[in-house]
Design a protein around this ligand. Structure first.
Ligand code: SF4
Length: 453
């Protein structure tokens, strides 16, 4: 399973309100799919800064308790580490302090030239406490703010220097400063909260949850500053010829009910499912999703192929996160507890099983095995993401070729390893068509091995 990178949220209200904590809490709850390792909230009010963060899910870190804290401005973060260790020190939001400057930062993405910048900052007396690349964004901001004496000017300098993916929300005095890298690799959008407030979030679904209204995406290379529930500045600082929106947000990361850069994730997945059906043309009894990741693709496949959509596996949604399972017997039991076949639907049937992606191939192998043991006559895999052949350096946790089965093996070999009768992958052209963004404006580096940065 690929772990998502991070989710960020920033909220600015017209006046101090006890709702600020609930807003941040529920927004993070909604963004939980983007990171399950740690969570944190920071709120600024007249008494000072409140920060609460810890390892675990949002519901665990905050212990379901609503802090009775008032404030007009706050940010939040859920994390899965793609750089830096997994420990409390690296939890965000991060408090950044030097001399008389102090602010709090939450970041989604990965800075590629992190080590070079860290060295430069340390030579200027900055003390970098964590091994996360996010902290250097904050220290670099302080350094550039000292030179420019202007928030927007400092962010513009940052954008010239930072290489990689970064969607950032900062809590600075009583402002939210939000910006997105000039390639727009990770998503970031802004919405309206009622009666009077603004929210910046990784995905629009966080805005929906709070009964808000999506206004628009933050543009690649844009900075937006909020204060007392209003936009006080918005500036498109760097405009490149092409963007590099992560295609994997559409096929895997984002929730299907989100809209990213103007495209409904649900519609993209449906369209990929339809294209898969047109290409695969498999003689089967029914089409079935891998729960839950393959559902939308499978619906698209069923509509286009005319095959019935029937579930063959039921996922136990109450199984906790990862934990160490000491022996093989228990591991097998755990797989069954997580995913149980519906034997009556499966026995003697030819099944098209649709999923979003194959990374190492281990999950697919287990699932095909479950279906075969339940009597499936044929299992044909259809996969929404083209073969992943190259690592991602922009915030996704497959960082070496060894972790990607398609980087070493061809489709026939992968089918054999997994034990499937056939595998049909969506092509790069299919996903570009389904996402409906120019190919040159999408990051597809993990599919091609060619990198923009
Ligand atoms: S390399 Fe792949 S996963 Fe990483 S940003 Fe690009 S498209 Fe997304």
């Amino acid at each position: 399973m690929i772990k998502e990178d991070c989710g960020v949220v920033g909220i600015s209200l017209q006046e101090d309100s006890p709702l600020i904590f609930d807003y941040l809490y529920y927004a993070l709850y909604t963004l939980q799919h983007r990171g399950q390792e740690s969570a944190g909230i920071a709120i600024n009010n007249k008494e000072g800064i409140f920060i609460q963060k810890g390892m675990g899910l949002v519901s665990e870190v905050f212990n379901k308790k609503r802090e009775s804290i008032k404030g007009d401005v706050g940010i939040g973060h859920v994390r899965y580490s793609t750089s830096g260790e997994s420990n409390l020190e690296n939890c965000q939001p991060s408090l950044i302090e030097k001399e008389d400057e102090l602010f709090i930062l939450a970041h989604n993405g990965n800075i590629v030239n992190y080590k070079i910048i860290k060295k430069e900052l340390e030579s200027k007396g900055h003390i970098i406490n964590s091994s996360s690349d996010s902290e250097i964004i904050g220290h670099l901001f302080i350094e550039r703010l000292k030179e420019t004496h202007d928030i927007t000017g400092a962010v513009a300098r940052l954008m010239e220097e930072l290489k990689g993916a970064y969607s950032v929300v900062m809590l600075y005095k009583n402002k939210i400063v939000a910006f997105r890298d000039p390639l727009g690799i990770r998503p970031l959008c802004i919405g309206e909260l009622y009666p009077k407030g603004l929210i910046i979030a990784s995905e629009s679904v966080a805005i929906d949850t709070l009964n808000g209204r999506l206004i628009r995406d933050i543009k690649p290379g844009e900075v937006v500053i909020l204060e007392f529930g209003n936009i006080i500045e918005e500036k498109h600082l760097v405009k490149l010829e092409h963007n590099s929106h992560c295609m994997f947000e559409y096929v895997y990361f984002a929730r299907p009910d989100s809209v990213i850069d103007g495209r409904s994730v649900y519609e993209v997945r449906m369209a990929i499912g339809k294209l898969l059906a047109q290409k695969a043309k498999i003689n089967a009894d029914f089409v079935s999703p891998m729960p839950d990741s393959g559902v939308t693709f499978a619906i698209g496949y069923a509509i286009s192929s005319g095959l019935p959509y029937i579930e063959s596996l039921i996922k136990n949604r109450y199984v906790g996160r990862t934990f160490i399972i000491p022996n093989q017997e228990e591991r097998e039991l755990m797989v069954k507890i997580k995913l149980n076949p519906i034997r009556n639907n499966i026995d003697g049937k030819r099944i098209v099983l649709v999923d979003d992606s194959i990374v190492r191939g281990t999950t697919s192998k287990r699932v095909v095995n479950i279906l075969r043991k339940a009597g499936a006559k044929e299992v044909h895999l259809c996969i929404g993401c083209p073969p992943l052949i190259s690592p991602c350096y922009f915030g996704v946790d497959f960082t070496t070729n060894d972790e990607l089965v398609a980087s070493q093996k061809n489709i026939a070999e992968i089918s054999k390893i997994i034990g499937a009768d056939s595998i049909t992958y969506a092509s790069i052209d299919d996903i570009v068509k389904a996402i409906n963004i120019e190919r040159d404006d999408l990051c597809i580096s993990c599919l091609t091995g060619i990198y923009h940065i």
